[in-house]
Design a protein around this ligand. Structure first.
Ligand SMILES: Cc1cc2nc3c(=O)[nH]c(=O)nc-3n(C[C@H](O)[C@H](O)[C@H](O)COP(=O)(O)OP(=O)(O)OC[C@H]3O[C@@H](n4cnc5c(N)ncnc54)[C@H](O)[C@@H]3O)c2cc1C
Length: 409
């Protein structure tokens, strides 16, 4: 039986490992840390590192959830359109992310005009690449109320810097039926993705090794010939295959000459210990600190993407600011339960290299298979999308396909 070593148990590595195991390989998954999930993981107390949302258009991610039996845990909290509160003027509206729903004027983004629609179309079918703020300069209300929140969420890059062509990759995918449905994990990334993924892998015969960091790799004649994992060296036989499902800086350290994205952007998440009975809710805020608020029975989480300045701030000043905004959102959209004035205990999770920055220009192109027996995976290796769960899942599928014999992928 062919042996496959998958290095990195983030989403890309989990997807690749499952595809290889189901394709008939004896899989060993090596993860440097004590837990799986990478940038999409549960912390030791069960809190998500950060809120992760999926869209209906994320077919590879949803395929993976189906494959691990976890699809039912991902719920659509706002089927009637995303509630968005503008903190500057107090306007509370529902906005549909899908252009198909804009036939209903009540669900249109604020400031949407015929000219604004053309500007969006221009980004979806790009002839040029420029900063999103520049592409929407003539439509400031549309930029503020819809395009900026979408850009910051999907590209994790401020609009003054974010690539309009990269945003176009997202816009093009929102048109299909059900494509813009927003889904979140009902109980958390641990129970709703990582635990079922590990259980499915084990049931498929894979071995999972935590604390197994790939320190170095020996290469000869265009092949990987040995993996130096922790204290151990694994010699690779002729038939053995390797998937490196690593963040860009680790892949660049291991493969000489590999071009990878070098600039990254942080995401800040604030998790408030506020238990409630109500249904899962997801609310957008414009014009303040909080960008998205996820209220689940287990707690309330705030996401601040492209958080260059905010990650430098202390939780003691961030938490009361955020909580005051959350209370306004709770009132505007009648979120169930009590929302007391006193700020509940809050924990800040700062992911400093959450994703690459998606600025203007062509990103470095990583080859899928830089060595004969080695394929790369990872969100940054999938060029058709910004770095997301979907990009990671697609890259994992593609890496497995590149290594499996035809007909077994
Ligand atoms: C706070 C936050 C919020 C986000 N929100 C969203 C969202 O709402 N929707 C969305 O689609 N995406 C979101 N993302 C992006 C998404 O999490 C990533 O795109 C995705 O998880 C990347 O997966 P990956 O497998 O490519 O990489 P990673 O998750 O980085 O996985 C790489 C793995 O390799 C391991 N590793 C590193 N070096 C070694 C080594 N030498 N040897 C062995 N193992 C090693 C790491 O520990 C890690 O487990 C968010 C990211 C963050 C941080």
């Amino acid at each position: 039986m062919a042996r496959a070593h998958v290095v990195g148990a983030g989403v890309a590595g989990l997807v690749a490992a499952l595809a290889l195991a189901r394709g008939g390989c004896a899989v060993t998954l090596h993860e440097a840390t004590p837990v799986a999930g990478g940038r999409c993981r549960a912390l030791p107390d069960g809190t998500d590192n950060g809120t992760h949302a999926l869209m209906g258009a994320n077919h590879a991610a949803l395929r993976f959830l189906d494959a691990i039996g976890a699809r039912a845990g991902w719920v659509e909290p706002e089927p009637g359109g995303l509630p968005v509160l503008d903190l500057a003027d107090g306007a509370a509206r529902r906005i549909a992310a899908s252009p198909l729903a804009w036939r209903d004027p009540a669900l249109r983004p604020p400031g949407l005009t015929a000219g604004g629609l053309l500007a969006l179309l221009g980004m979806a079918l790009p002839l040029t690449d420029r900063p999103v703020a520049e592409a929407l300069a003539k439509h400031p209300a549309l930029l503020r109320g819809f395009v900026e929140p979408l850009t910051v969420a999907a590209l994790n890059t401020p609009v003054a810097e974010a690539s309009s062509a990269r945003l176009g990759q997202v816009l093009r995918r929102l048109g299909g039926a059900g494509a813009a449905r927003l889904l979140v994990a009902r109980d958390g990334l641990g129970p709703d993705m990582i635990a079922p993924a590990l259980a499915t892998l084990e049931a498929a015969g894979a071995t999972i090794r935590f604390g197994s960091r790939l320190r170095a790799m020996t290469q000869a004649d265009g092949r990987a010939t040995a993996l130096h994992l922790g204290e151990e060296t694994v010699a690779l036989a002729e038939q053995d295959q390797v998937v490196l499902a690593l963040p860009p800086w680790e892949a660049a350290r291991l493969i000489t000459g590999l071009k990878v994205p070098e600039r990254h952007a942080p995401i800040l998440n604030l998790h408030f210990a506020r238990a409630g009975e109500g249904p899962v809710r997801f609310v957008g805020l414009v014009g303040g600190l909080c960008q998205w608020v996820l209220a689940r029975p287990s707690g309330v989480s705030v996401t601040v993407s492209a958080a260059d300045a905010e990650t430098e701030e202390a939780v003691e000043t961030l938490a009361p600011r955020a909580w005051a905004e959350i209370r306004r959102a709770a009132q505007a959209f009648a979120l169930a339960g009590d929302w007391p004035e006193a700020t509940p205990p809050c924990r800040a999770v700062k992911e400093r290299r959450a994703t690459p920055r998606h600025g203007v220009g062509i990103p470095p192109h990583a080859p899928r298979r830089p060595l004969k027996n080695l394929a790369l995976a990872g969100d940054w290796t999938w060029h058709g999308l910004p770095a997301t769960i979907e990009a990671a899942a697609r890259s994992g599928e593609a890496a497995a396909k590149a290594l499996l014999p035809r007909g077994r992928a």
